[in-house]
Design a binder for this molecule. Structure first.
Ligand code: SF4
Length: 353
């Protein structure tokens, strides 16, 4: 199957950016950059990259289409110059991109950056120390179940949960801690395992975030009935282990945080469906072949690669990014309906979470 080609929005020459603070049409600053370094993954998670769509004949992006590590680092440098404080590397599965520690090394040179990465953990045990040594500060591991049968069914790659648990230990041993652990909760699939997941990570220092199942992309057959509201998750855990809310660490923090009153640590919930957080969303996304997306649920991206490979200066790149951001008005989760869920949207396996 040929990948649906989303229209490239190549804006005309952007007006020069005069410096100083800037915001989008809803007054939101640009603070976070998520960089997808590959559209490939070794898992086929049913809510992200269903095998019937991303099968053996799926056409992934050819390597020469991808931004090189040097190009990514250059673009990221421009974003940091514009005020970005946090860079998250995503994919697909970022660790399938060879020598990723080399990119980490380039990005770690950028000033005052919180540098993190989201992975399915399958390749982490081998790479954790090299990633840490290269400058990675934190890591998030996706772990949708502790039950091996359920875990294998969700990743649809017959990958054992034990290997991911070992990888989390390896990451912590390498100094990438606390590890954040993301569980996408889907009704009738793994919602009955929420308490086990919470229990397992209590007193470990690691932080579990329970994520509402989302209508990302156009291929996971999302239905509202399959969503377990975060309020339900918090109640089911709180009924066993008393919880109290924690104030957000910064404006635009995605997870709503709760701490165990008995000091056993904290959890988070990410509630894009039932408690939209678009009002202070300050996240931009760069795809692996250099398109700038202003929302996880966008249907098109702005081409930066032509500028990067067309001899544009950093100032021209910067003008383009500012122009795109200033025109941004995304607030998909606030306007989500059963109809919008069926719209053609960029795939999460391509743009990252
Ligand atoms: S739906 Fe789009 S605008 Fe809203 S929080 Fe998510 S990425 Fe941001």
């Amino acid at each position: 199957m040929i990948q649906k080609v989303f229209p490239i929005r190549t804006s005309l020459r952007a007006p020069p950016y005069e410096g100083g603070a800037f915001a989008d049409t809803l007054g939101r600053p640009l603070r976070d950059l998520r960089i997808s370094v590959t559209d490939r993954c070794n898992f086929r998670c049913v809510y992200c990259m269903p095998r019937d769509v991303f099968g053996p004949d799926h056409a992934f992006l050819p390597h020469d289409e991808l931004l090189s590590f040097e190009e990514i680092a250059r673009v990221a440098g421009v974003f940091v110059g514009l005020g970005v404080k946090k860079i998250r590397l995503t994919g697909g599965e970022p660790l399938v991109r060879r020598d990723l520690h080399r990119l980490i090394g380039l990005l770690a040179k950028l000033p005052d950056i919180d540098l993190t990465l989201t992975t399915n953990g399958s390749l982490l045990a081998k790479q954790a120390q090299a990633l840490k040594d290269a400058g990675l500060q934190r890591i998030t591991v996706s772990l949708d179940s502790l039950d091996d049968v359920t875990f294998r069914a969700i990743n649809d790659a017959d990958y054992p949960v034990a290997r991911v648990l070992e990888a989390i230990d390896a990451a912590a041993a390498a100094g990438l801690k606390p590890v954040k652990i993301n569980m996408v909760v889907k009704r009738g699939v793994n919602d009955h395992q929420v308490l086990d997941m919470a229990q397992h990570w209590r007193h470990t220092g690691h932080i579990v975030r329970f994520i509402e199942y989302m209508d990302v992309g156009s291929t996971n057959g999302w239905r509202m009935d399959d969503v377990v509201p975060s309020a339900e998750v918090v109640k089911s855990i709180g009924d066993h282990f008393a919880l109290e809310p924690i104030d957000p660490g910064y404006a635009g923090e995605v997870a709503e945080r709760w701490r165990y009153k008995d000091g056993a640590g904290e959890i988070g919930v990410i509630s894009s469906v039932t408690q939209a957080f678009c009002r202070d969303c300050n996240r931009s996304r760069l795809s692996t072949e250099g398109r700038l997306f202003t929302c996880l649920f966008a249907s098109s991206g702005h081409d930066l690669k032509s500028l990067v490979r067309g001899g544009a200066s950093d100032a021209e790149l910067r003008d383009q990014i500012v122009a795109v951001w200033r025109a941004r008005g995304d607030r998909y989760s606030e306007i989500r309906t059963a109809e919008t869920a069926r719209l053609h949207k960029v795939e999460m396996s391509y743009i990252g979470g």
